[in-house]
Design a protein around this ligand. Structure first.
Ligand SMILES: [Zn+2]
Length: 152
């Protein structure tokens, strides 16, 4: 340790040096305060990150569930496999859907297997058909007609 670094050694500063030193000390936040601020900011950042990640995970899970269900089943005429899930495009497959019209403006179709729902405005012909025989086995509406959709 050099002599000038030893404790108790007097220091000589010019007025300008003292002014600079004081200005520098004032400009810097208290180290403990800064640590607390940094810790809070980090906590907030992690909370936001967790929120974003959670929302992303939920959205992905919803999409997977929706993608994982064809909303189709093999017809009873398929024999032993009748009623089992069918892949999209399977000839003779039936939609596993049901639903109702709430008004002439809004109908809800739901997949009875995965609970995905599609809400849309029925045409007057569709509305009459729903009134007469319900929506069992209806094909989900075209994307462009969907007012709202959800995956349970
Ligand atoms: Zn489904």
């Amino acid at each position: 340790m050099s002599k000038e670094n030893q404790p108790g050694t007097p220091v000589t500063l010019t007025f300008e040096q003292l002014k600079e030193l004081l200005a520098a000390a004032q400009a810097k936040p208290n180290v403990l305060e800064q640590k607390a601020i940094d810790a809070e900011l980090e906590k907030e950042r992690k909370r936001d990150l967790a929120r974003v990640q959670l929302a992303k995970i939920e959205a992905e899970a919803m999409q997977r569930k929706k993608d994982g269900c064809s909303h189709l089943r093999l017809p009873m005429s398929a024999g032993k496999l009748g009623g089992h899930a069918a892949q999209k495009g399977t000839p003779g497959a039936e939609w596993t859907t049901g639903g109702q019209a709430h008004s002439t403006e809004l109908a809800t179709l739901i997949c009875t297997r995965c609970s995905a729902t599609w809400q849309f405005k029925p045409t007057s012909a569709e509305y009459q058909a729903i009134e007469q025989s319900g929506m069992m086995g209806w094909r989900p509406p075209d994307e462009s007609r969907i007012v709202r959709e959800s995956v349970a």
